[in-house]
Ligand binder design. Sequence first.
Ligand code: 5GP
Ligand code: ZN
Length: 115
Amino acid sequence: MAMDDNCIFCKIVRGDFGTELVAESPNAIAFNDISPAAPTHVLVVPRAHVASLSELDDPELGAELLTLARTVARQTGVAETGFRLVTNDGEQAGQSVFHLHFHVIGGRALSGSMG
Ligand code: 5GP
Ligand code: ZN
């Protein structure tokens, strides 16, 4: 599986830090953000190293990531109250970890701002 030795999320996928998983599927994992922006803030990440959504060339993996995000929303309860699913792609969007991830954010009223 594609892996980048310098990538923090590849290390989490590999289990280097013993990160507790919120949910998982064959090709993806979900874990709590280290610096949560809301009561629920979970990252959904492919096990393989893909830098960003722009670099994703496997539509089945895309579907699996969305499905796992929905599982996380149900499991954490935010599917009932409302949640936001976000990916920051590239520098101007503020992407800081260059391993594709979707943020599942909820558990409080979120601002209407989209940037
Ligand atoms: P981005 O800014 O790239 O969209 O989001 C990166 C996210 O990864 C940030 O919300 C940040 O708090 C989170 N993050 C960065 N390093 C770690 C880490 O080592 N562990 C976890 N759980 N989250 C991290
Ligand atoms: Zn990676």
